[in-house]
Ligand binder design. Structure first.
Ligand code: SF4
Length: 97
C-alpha cells in the first residue's frame, strides 16, 4: 500500500504477483481499504499505460487479425480429444529455468 500511496504503480504491479487475494488485509484495515483491489488495478494500469510496447505481441495480434492462424485453428477444432492430447504432449516448450 505504501508504494500505491506514493504512486509507484510499477512497484505495486511487481509486488502484486505475490498476492493471493486472501482478503485478510481488507478484513483488518481500520480505514476500510481493500488493498487487493489495488493489487489487481496496478498491473492493469502498468500493462496498459507504462510497460514498454512488445513488438512480438503486436506481430502476433496482427497475425491473428489477418487470419494467419485460422487454418491451424480449424484443424485443432476438428481434432478429437485423443488427438488434442497427443498434440499437447508433442508440443515444443521452452526449457524450465
Ligand atoms: S489479499 Fe491482502 S493480505 Fe492477502 S495476500 Fe493479498 S495483500 Fe496480502
Amino acid at each position: 500500500m505504501s508504494d500505491a500511496l506514493s504512486g509507484d504503480i510499477q512497484e505495486v504491479a511487481n509486488k502484486s504477483f505475490d498476492c493471493n487475494m486472501c482478503g485478510l488485509c481488507a478484513a483488518r484495515c481500520p480505514q476500510g481499504l481493500v488493498p487487493y483491489h489495488i493489487a489487481l488495478l496496478c498491473p492493469r494500469l502498468y500493462g496498459h499505460y507504462l510497460a514498454p510496447v512488445s513488438k512480438h505481441l503486436d506481430e502476433r495480434i496482427a497475425g491473428l487479425e489477418s487470419g494467419e492462424f485460422d487454418d491451424e485453428l480449424e484443424k485443432l477444432k476438428k481434432m478429437d480429444e485423443d488427438e488434442l492430447h497427443s498434440k499437447y504432449e508433442e508440443r515444443d516448450i521452452e526449457p524450465a529455468y
